[in-house]
Write a protein that binds this ligand. Structure first.
Ligand SMILES: Nc1ncnc2c1ncn2[C@@H]1O[C@H](COP(=O)(O)OP(=O)(O)O)[C@@H](O)[C@H]1O
Ligand SMILES: O=c1ccn([C@@H]2O[C@H](COP(=O)(O)OP(=O)(O)O)[C@@H](O)[C@H]2O)c(=O)[nH]1
Length: 238
């Protein structure tokens, strides 16, 4: 079996994916499957930190369209990511593997606060570390959080696990003639304005020289395949 390409990575999981075929909330079979994939990927010997979105519960922009202020809507979105973390932590632990949620917010009854030291400690102990609460600041996204945390904890790459198999020249769900890229530079990703990730995330990855791999999580085992270098996705680097 091919050796993993990386020793420590941050995986960004789309919140929307966790809803499964529902339009809202957490689909238990889906979260169990994601937990299986993460456990299998970790068994390759890679330290895994996971940032989960909140789009299956609340997105700040959508909440603010209903009359709530954007910072409040964004706070609701960040709290939604905490719920996803707790659900995934429970699913991983039910399967007999240790996991630990670290939050961007002080909420001692719920989880420990994210610090680089805590993340290093739990990762080196072999726990899957779930990073909740986004950056802790409104007007950001969990894509940016994934890149930020990867840079902070010395991860070698960000794996963006989503519902499309890479970056396309246009949204492939809307434009059937969109072309898929195997590889892009950070600058090309920013200049192309590809909506699969926000420009802030790409810019921070460029600044910190972090590769991002965009791939589909629909196929079971896809995280492990990307880590072994045999997966199918778009590499944004250099
Ligand atoms: N140029 C593009 N290439 C790939 N996907 C794109 C592009 N533009 C928009 N998308 C959309 O981005 C989505 C993936 O982004 P992601 O942040 O994971 O989704 P979500 O915000 O739903 O969790 C896909 O559903 C896809 O339709
Ligand atoms: O640092 C952050 C991260 C997230 N969010 C809020 O949390 C929501 C959920 O995150 P995201 O949209 O990135 O989730 P995904 O699209 O991956 O499900 C966002 O819409 C924002 O409202 C935020 O305000 N700051």
């Amino acid at each position: 079996m091919a050796e993993p390409v990386y020793r420590r990575v941050v995986i960004k999981l789309s919140g929307e994916f966790l809803a499964g075929s529902q339009s809202f909330g957490i689909d238990q079979p889906t979260i169990d499957r994601v937990a299986d994939d993460l456990i299998a990927a970790q068994k390759l010997g890679v330290e895994l930190a996971v940032v989960i979105g909140g789009g299956n519960i609340f997105r700040g922009v959508e909440v603010s369209a209903r009359g709530v202020s954007r910072p409040t809507g964004d706070t609701m979105g960040m709290l939604a990511t905490m719920m996803n973390c707790l659900a995934l932590e429970a699913a991983i632990e039910r399967k007999g593997r240790p996991a630990r949620t670290l939050s961007a917010f002080v909420m001692p009854e719920v989880s420990e606060l994210f610090t680089r030291g805590a993340a290093h400690k739990y990762l080196s102990e072999g726990r899957i570390v779930l990073l909740g609460g986004g950056t802790g600041n409104p007007f950001f996204t969990t894509d940016t959080t994934a890149v930020l945390r990867a840079a902070e904890i010395g991860a070698e790459a960000v794996l963006k696990a989503t519902n499309v198999d890479g970056v396309y020249s246009a949204d492939p769900k809307k434009d059937p003639s969109a072309r898929r890229f195997d590889r892009l530079t950070h600058s090309q990703a920013i200049e192309g304005g590809y909506k699969v990730m926000d420009a802030t995330a790409f810019a921070l990855a460029r600044e910190t020289s972090l590769p991002i791999i965009v791939f589909s999580i629909a196929e079971p085992g896809s995280i492990g395949a990307i880590l072994r270098g045999t997966g199918h996705g778009t590499v944004v680097a250099g």
